[in-house]
Design a protein around this ligand. Structure first.
Ligand code: CP
Length: 312
């Protein structure tokens, strides 16, 4: 069986193009499975997976849990806000106590950049990063790239724009790594205050002009303004942000071409996207969510294959 080059999914940065293609090919198979009347396969019957969420989540948490259940794994869920973390327990102690219950895989979302890497070096389990602060969100980038590929065909040579709060976005960094690795051209767009300095070094274009960016691209990923991570005022007002960097039907109409629209969710309706655009035929936001389950089934299946656990 073809295998991934990594033992954990910590970030797209650590994957090769062959790894991504293997994940996509495996996801194709699982997408077919989850569209059958019987959506479950027995592949991970003897595997136990813990989902550790130290930050809020709807899509990622439910999507991982569903992916695990579709693969017949045993699943336990942990939410920091209802746990002994509140009594001062450290991350390593928390995870080692969970692992003592014979857990094989840990899926973790954490507010600190590097938390998943730290865990992988300090505990004995396969670690999947479900978002570490402003750093990476690898499963999101994989499902985004897979969804664009499904809509546009190969990504090689395609022009993909990422618009909005790049500075605080783990989705942006993981998307840049994945899309560039797959041969796409990437342009970032947003107010200067929300574009990290020297980001061009990653081989991406940068623009502060939304209309120019929309005219340039084949697909646009509209990022959420991450108010919860902002310790300063990065733009004068939400209204002004929406006027300059929000997408509405008038702006889309003015570019006189069709482009594919993505958003990782949750959407601030009326800020990044007006509802008519978010719910339009070119928006693949719910396709992203559907594909997320197949992509996460592929990630978990391929990483568990590397654990060499004898099947019963
Ligand atoms: N896209 C994403 O990470 O959404 P959640 O925060 O709801 O998981």
């Amino acid at each position: 069986m073809e295998q991934l080059s990594v033992d954990h999914l910590l970030g797209i940065k650590y994957l090769s193009e062959a790894d991504i293609q293997l994940i996509f090919n495996t996801a194709d198979h699982f997408k077919e499975v989850i569209n059958r009347p019987i959506k479950k396969v027995p592949s991970l019957r003897d595997i136990t997976i813990a989902n550790l969420f130290f930050e809020n989540s709807t899509r990622t948490k439910l999507s991982f849990e569903l992916a695990e259940k579709r693969l017949s794994a045993d699943v336990i869920n942990f939410s920091a806000s209802q746990s002994s973390v509140k009594k001062g327990e450290t991350l390593i102690d928390t995870v080692n106590n969970i692992l003592a219950m014979k857990v094989d895989v840990v899926v973790m979302r954490h507010p600190n950049p590097g938390a998943a890497l730290f865990l992988s070096k300090n505990v004995d389990a396969c670690i999947i990063n479900a978002g570490d602060g402003t750093h990476e969100h690898p499963s999101q980038a994989l499902l985004d790239a897979y969804s664009i590929k499904e809509k546009l065909g190969e990504l090689k040579g395609k022009k993909i724009a990422i618009v909005g709060d790049i500075l605080h976005s783990r989705v942006a960094l993981s998307n840049i790594y994945a899309l560039k690795m797959l041969g796409a051209q990437v342009q970032l767009c947003g107010p200067k205050s929300l574009i990290p300095k020297h980001i061009e070094a990653l081989g991406v274009g940068v623009s502060t002009d939304l209309i120019q960016t929309l005219k340039w691209c084949d697909a646009v990923n509209m990022l959420r303004v991450q108010n919860e991570r902002m310790d300063l005022n990065y733009f004068p007002s939400t209204r002004e942000y929406a006027q300059l960097y929000g997408l509405n039907a008038k702006k889309l109409g003015s570019i006189k071409k069709e482009i594919v629209l993505l958003h990782p969710g949750p959407i601030n309706r009326g800020v990044e996207l007006t509802s008519d655009v978010a719910d339009s035929k070119n928006a693949i936001i719910l396709d992203q969510v559907e594909n997320g389950v197949a992509i996460r089934m592929a990630i978990i299946y391929l990483l568990v294959a590397k654990l060499n656990i004898p099947s019963t």
